[in-house]
Design a protein around this ligand. Structure first.
Ligand SMILES: *[C@@H]1O[C@H](CO)[C@@H](O)[C@H](O)[C@H]1NC(C)=O
Ligand SMILES: *[C@@H]1O[C@H](CO)[C@@H](O)[C@H](O)[C@H]1NC(C)=O
Length: 225
């Protein structure tokens, strides 16, 4: 590096350093915040509401709080989508509380689809255990990235991006997914737009999709509870 010869040279070097600092990636939390104690088994029934759940008193904690068998059973895929997500999030498994991680089990019947959805609070990774699936990810720039996966293969879904998994094989598909949040949340696009309560006004949907109200009515009728 050039040695500083005078005041103005020093000033220029200082300015360049300052600009360089602003160009560095800012430190950020890319997942849930770190825990402040060994564990905090969620007391999901507590009357207190905090960012996460209050901890169950340590005296009440047992081995069972650290284990969960909710993902061991095959989900029932007899529904219009032909798929079912079994959550292993903090609500199902309070031992995950504050740890910034969780998993789901996804069962997809042949021809079934885990419909386009996004997780507002987490990036996702997954591994296909059985079957053959088409995984698609759509970016904020409307570019589709996709691939057909075979057992043992993994995928990653960047935080918040819309994605889907379709069973394109002859057999049932089984996927285990993992998240960097104890409660990633899921915005399922068709349900979010066409099955909300109260419902999104028809005028919003006819304009957004550039179709007649009869088309919107038909789609809404498919998801009417
Ligand atoms: C902890 O255990 C005590 C004694 O069994 C019980 O009264 C209390 O409700 C428990 N608290 C929680 C949060 O589980
Ligand atoms: C799966 O769900 C369908 C529709 O709700 C129901 O009729 C069927 O009995 C369920 N199958 C099993 C094995 O629980």
């Amino acid at each position: 590096m050039a040695t500083v010869k005078n005041q103005s040279g020093l000033y220029v070097q200082f300015t360049v350093c300052l600009i360089g600092l602003f160009l560095l990636p800012l430190p950020s939390h890319s997942s849930d915040p770190d825990p402040l104690q060994d564990f905090c088994i969620g007391d999901t029934k507590s009357a207190f509401s905090v960012n996460g759940f209050p901890c169950k008193p340590a005296i009440n904690v047992s081995s069972d709080d650290f284990f969960f068998d909710g993902l061991s059973k095959e989900g029932n895929t007899s529904n219009p989508f032909g798929s079912i997500v079994t959550p292993g999030n903090v609500l199902a498994f309070p031992g995950l509380n504050t740890l910034g991680i969780s998993m789901n089990r996804v069962d997809v019947a042949p021809g079934g689809l885990n419909p386009p959805h996004s997780h507002p609070r987490a990036a996702e990774t997954g591994v296909l255990i059985n079957g053959k699936i088409l995984v698609g990810i759509i970016t904020t720039g409307n570019v589709l990235y996709s691939k057909i996966l075979n057992p043992g293969q993994m995928f990653v879904i960047p935080k918040g991006l819309i994605h889907f998994e379709m069973n394109v094989g002859e057999e049932k598909a089984l996927i285990f997914t993992a998240f960097n949040s104890h409660l990633p949340g899921a915005v399922v696009v068709p349900l979010n737009l066409f099955a909300s309560k109260p419902s999104v006004p028809d005028g919003v949907l006819t304009k957004a999709f550039q179709v007649e109200k009869t088309v919107i009515d038909e789609i809404k009728s498919k998801f009417a509870a």
